[in-house]
Design a protein. Structure first.
Ligand code: GAP
Length: 602
């Protein structure tokens, strides 16, 4: 079975990324390293703009979010508490013939006839190997092909003149036990922990084992109390972080989409448990989960906050040029949810490699997940570190005292049950039930004193996936035909001006006219403190525009003889301003240029 043909558009995008310096293969001169990518001059600028916009939107423009920048390597207990040491695994299997590794849950199901063998013997030496093996062939393919593959399998195990033993056939429907590329049987799936291990200190011993963080989120939970105490925030509030994450993915794929080193932009937004909201506000708001619920309200429970953050994140994407039509949404089913999550909505982007449904609609792949993580993480860090992770909320203490006994009982019962459920789940059968009940009771009694462990809503986005989405979204081609009938196709990267690597190109009409160059450099220096400017004096104007179109620069400013007033005083100190997407040019006074451009790029 042939390797599926890589999407043609994706090939063009990958080639443009290299040719124009958006993305390079890491360590390319040594043949590259699978799952690692470098960002070239344009990619680095694009990435910086995206991270800066995320940070500004999520922190600087909000009253209720503070920032954090934590280390990549942290105490290994963090990853035990979070569950990563035990459960951050993908099922992995290998092709028994080629040793190629697959993620068992990503193998396309195959149907056909399976040819099973009990073993093989060498017809010359009589040596026998008793090792079952099987090959799957699509219906109609001659059995010889299976025998050839099986013979190769036993040859690799030391037989030269292979005589296959015990052949039997079986009809197989939708099986993921065979390599889709050659039909060979795969090994049984086994869990593979995705964390990269390293050693801290000079001795490579068990005690020195540490992990490269597989997500930025855990540092936020571990530093929750420090941020709370130093930022003067009160629940509800969030802590956000942008930084590297590492996962030893079994099969990195689709260019940068699934990498082994990547960056995340994560917000952990801490909220009051619903019982606390109800005690303070009398009831918990019921929201329509299909639309933005508006400005945050004191009576919002986790569902309202979850809906709010999904919609806020969609607005962010719209603001940088990804329209709703380019996005998709996936509400995770209970089976798909991570062990800690109550709900999770994935925001998808329709990548060129995304699969289609039966009607031919592109489904999209995950750009960001917005999870409602309950109080799992803070509770786990409290349990593992022995340090209290709860908060004291005087508003709750005062409100609780005013509740009637029936309401107190109802809310504390609900809180008790939620805590008992959590404690039972994480302690399994290691702790006696009576002890768990006692701990849950103490937690519920804390409500009256104004104490609780905050819940969390987590919008978690991948920088590299967003960059790939922006590049895919921006890619467009225009074909023009000249008078001689020769047609030429050019690429225009239609980045939203907010994210474009360079905002404006500045061009002197001729580079050998000192007056033009002088004026062009003055314009460059006027704009440069406020935006990223690309100065280009090489080649024809058409070539320079085309280069900037390919880099995605939304505006071009040309300084010509009119600027110098050679055609009359009315055009003195004016320039042409060209729009990348329409190619339209307008004459603008240099003194108006900065406010005009600032208005367009912000
Ligand atoms: N703290 C939650 C968390 O890490 P996740 O869904 O595993 O959740 C969040 O990751 C985001 O990180 C994803 O939506 C994706 O954008 C990005 N991401 C995850 N694994 C990635 C990988 N191997 N390569 C590139 N981006 C990745």
């Amino acid at each position: 079975m042939a390797e599926p043909k890589v999407n043609e558009l994706m090939e063009k995008i990958v080639s443009l990324c290299k040719r124009r310096g958006f993305v390079f293969q890491s360590s390319e001169i040594y043949g590259g390293i699978n799952g690692f990518w470098d960002y070239g001059p344009l990619g680095a600028e694009l990435k910086r703009n995206v991270k800066e916009l995320w940070w500004t939107t999520m922190t600087r423009q909000r009253e209720d979010v503070a920032g954090l920048e934590a280390t990549i390597i942290m105490h290994p207990q963090i990853w035990r508490a979070s569950g990563h040491v035990d459960t951050f695994c993908d099922p992995m299997c290998d092709c028994l013939l080629t040793k190629k590794r697959f993620r068992a849950d990503q193998i396309d199901a195959q149907s056909g006839n399976a040819y099973h063998y009990t073993g093989a013997k060498d017809s010359a030496s009589g040596k026998e190997i008793v090792e079952p093996y099987a090959v799957l062939l699509p219906a109609g393919k001659p059995p010889e092909s299976a025998r050839k593959t099986a013979s190769q399998f036993y040859q690799l195990r030391g037989l030269q003149n292979v005589e296959l033993l015990g052949e039997r056939t079986e009809k197989v429907e939708n099986s993921t036990r065979y390599n889709p590329e050659n039909g060979s049987l795969l090994t049984e799936p086994r869990p593979f922990n995705l964390m990269f291990k390293t050693y801290v200190g000079p001795v490579e011993s068990e005690e020195g084992i540490a992990y490269l963080r597989p997500e930025t989120a855990q540092a936020i939970f571990a530093q929750f109390k420090n941020v709370l105490e130093t930022s003067r925030q009160k629940v509800p509030f969030g802590v956000c972080q942008v930084g590297k994450a590492f996962r030893n993915e079994v099969t990195p794929r689709n260019f940068t989409f699934r990498s082994r080193e990547f960056e995340q932009m994560e917000l952990e937004f801490f909220i009051k448990p619903d019982e606390v909201v109800e005690a303070i506000s009398g009831s918990v708001a019921v929201v329509d989960e299909t639309k933005h619920p508006g400005e945050p309200q004191p009576n919002w429970g986790w569902k309202a906050w979850h809906t709010y953050w999904v919609e806020e994140r969609v607005r962010f994407y719209e603001n940088i040029g990804l329209s709703r039509e380019t996005l998709g949404f996936h509400r995770q089913t209970p089976e798909e949810l991570a062990h800690y999550a109550r709900a999770c909505v994935d925001i998808l982007f329709k990548f060129p490699f995304s699969k289609r449904d039966e009607q031919g609609n592109v489904l999209g792949d995950e750009l960001e997940g917005i999870a409602a993580r309950s109080d799992f993480d803070l509770s786990q860090h409290e349990r593992f570190s022995g340090k209290p992770m709860g908060v004291f909320d005087d508003e709750l203490r005062v409100a609780w005292a005013k509740l009637d006994d029936a309401k107190k009982q109802e809310l504390s019962d609900r809180y008790y049950n939620a805590r008992l459920k959590y404690l039972t789940k994480v302690n399994k059968s290691d702790v006696p039930v009576e002890k768990l009940e006692k701990d849950a009771k103490e937690d519920a009694e804390g409500l009256a004193k104004g104490q609780y462990i905050p819940h969390v809503i987590e919008p978690s986005a991948g920088v590299d996936r967003l960059i790939l989405a922006l590049i895919s979204n921006a890619y467009s081609e225009v074909t023009s035909t000249d008078e001689k009938g020769k047609s030429e196709t050019r690429v225009i990267m239609k980045f939203h001006p907010r994210v474009a690597p360079f905002k404006v190109g500045v061009f002197p009409l001729l580079k050998n006219k000192p007056e033009l160059v002088k004026r062009a450099l003055e314009v460059r220096d006027l704009l440069r403190p406020h935006m990223n400017v690309f100065y280009d004096d090489g080649g024809s104007m058409g070539k320079r525009y085309a280069r900037q179109d390919e880099a995605g620069t939304p505006f071009g400013v040309t300084i010509d003889f009119d600027t110098l007033g050679e055609k009359g005083p009315e055009l003195l100190d004016t320039v042409t301003l060209r729009d990348r997407d329409t190619s339209k040019q307008e004459r603008v006074k240099i003194s108006d240029l900065l406010p005009l451009l600032l208005g367009k790029i912000r």
